[in-house]
Design a protein around this ligand. Structure first.
Ligand code: PLP
Ligand code: TYF
Length: 395
């Protein structure tokens, strides 16, 4: 019956993470998967989140099925966070938001929505992008293509603008709102403004993926692209994640929002999103969403969370500086400034697949074969080890 089923090749990043777990070498360093580790190499349990968990458990609420679109308190908290509670677009009822199953769930629901209601549209992805973007859209039968993004160690903004200026109207353009995965290279504020103008003029449909809110310049600062698109009047899609900024990876907390031209359209869009959800997973889980909503909706927990996100971001920046300093001293002929200019959890190191293999095999330091390093896996105990290993493979 199943003899024809081909083996699954596995996801390269998740497989690498498994290989790391099995590696018996002491002092091994995991800089592969996009997870924030603290100074002790542990995935932190944020104090704000732990306090919220206690409140949710103590409330001992019943656990009925949630509505298809998720919990109302979660959805409104997400809207207030992303768009601003007093924003006229939100007040006008023009934004449809669903609680997803992580932001991956939001991307999947959006992919089904695009397939059903924009059947002629392709999705334009940055080259490179998170590998799963292509997989999610193509899994829903949506055709993808790419626009230039990164060339010779920097953003290829001219190439990007040129390609998008030729995209047919109603094409979907997927953009990393901040902390681009895998390159760590983002648009400047002025470039966002220019891009948003082009997207509007060309009647393209922007789709922001916000998986690292808070890891660029701050929870509020990292919403620059969202605000630009709002100011331009929309429409756009936005998938956002709490996996990284609340350190709740396995709770699968995220949302999908669609900013619409009118409240009437937003209501119909919400209805169609519910339809997509009903025939997929029916409704999202309760617990994680209630924890996130409690952090967002309780003023003291909200400000504690802001401080904790600031601390995670600041620690990564300190590690970037430390690695830059040691490597610049050890490998004088080479420029490592990219560690300082790239933002968020990732840096594209420019290491070749062979050099990445040598790092793993000879030094037990794990990067993704594209040369992507998760700098959030560095700490003051391993940064020197990593710098030495990199210097050795670059020699
Ligand atoms: N989008 C990007 C660019 C990501 O890097 C990730 C996770 O690494 C996601 C989306 C999905 O995150 P989650 O499903 O945990 O919200
Ligand atoms: O490191 C990355 O780019 C991601 C990590 O459900 C990840 O692929 C792992 C599991 C998951 C979502 C993202």
């Amino acid at each position: 019956m199943f003899a024809h089923i081909p083996p699954y090749a596995g996801d390269p990043i998740l497989s690498l993470n498994e290989a790391f777990q099995k590696d018996p070498r002491a002092g091994k360093v995991n800089l592969s998967i996009g997870i924030y580790f603290d100074e002790n190499g542990k995935i932190p349990a944020l104090e704000s989140v732990r306090k919220a968990e206690r409140l949710v458990v103590e409330a001992a609420g019943a656990r009925p099925y949630l509505p298809m679109e998720g919990a109302a308190n979660f959805r409104s908290a997400v809207q207030n966070l992303l768009f601003g509670a007093d924003h006229p677009t939100l007040k006008a009822g023009r934004i449809a938001t669903i609680q997803g199953v992580g932001s991956s769930g939001g991307l999947k629901v959006a992919a089904d929505f695009i397939k059903a209601h924009f059947p002629a549209s392709k999705v334009y992805l940055s080259n490179p992008t998170w590998d799963n973007h292509r997989a999610v859209f193509e899994g829903s039968g949506v055709e993808t293509t790419t626009y230039p993004y990164y060339q010779d160690g920097q953003l290829d903004f001219a190439g990007m603008m040129d390609a998008l200026s030729k995209a047919p109207a109603r094409s979907v353009v997927l953009l990393h709102a901040c902390c681009h995965n895998p390159t760590g290279v983002d648009l400047s504020a002025a470039q966002w403004t220019e891009l948003v103008k082009l997207l509007n003029e060309r009647e393209l449909l922007p789709f922001l993926d916000l998986a690292y809110q808070g890891y660029g310049d701050g929870l509020n600062e990292d919403l620059f692209a969202v605000r630009e698109l709002l100011a331009a009047g929309g429409p756009f899609l936005l998938a956002n994640s709490f996996s990284k900024n609340m350190s709740v990876y396995g709770e699968r907390c995220g949302a999908l929002s669609v900013v619409c031209p009118t409240a009437d359209e937003a209501e119909r869009v919400l209805g169609q999103l519910k339809f997509m959800i009903r025939r997929n997973y029916s409704n999202p889980p309760t617990f994680g969403g209630q924890v996130v909503a409690t952090v967002l909706n309780t003023p003291e927990l909200n400000s504690l969370w802001h401080a904790e996100v600031d601390a995670m971001r600041t620690r990564i920046q300190a590690m970037r500086k430390a690695l830059h300093e040691v490597l610049s001293a050890k490998v004088p002929g080479r420029n490592f400034d990219y560690f300082l200019t790239q933002r968020g959890m990732f840096s594209y190191t420019g290491l070749s697949p062979d050099q990445v293999d040598a790092l793993k095999n000879d030094h037990a330091v794990y990067l993704v074969r594209s040369g992507r390093m998760c700098v959030a896996g560095l700490n003051s105990k391993n940064v020197e080890v990593v710098a030495n290993a990199m210097a050795a493979v670059l020699a």
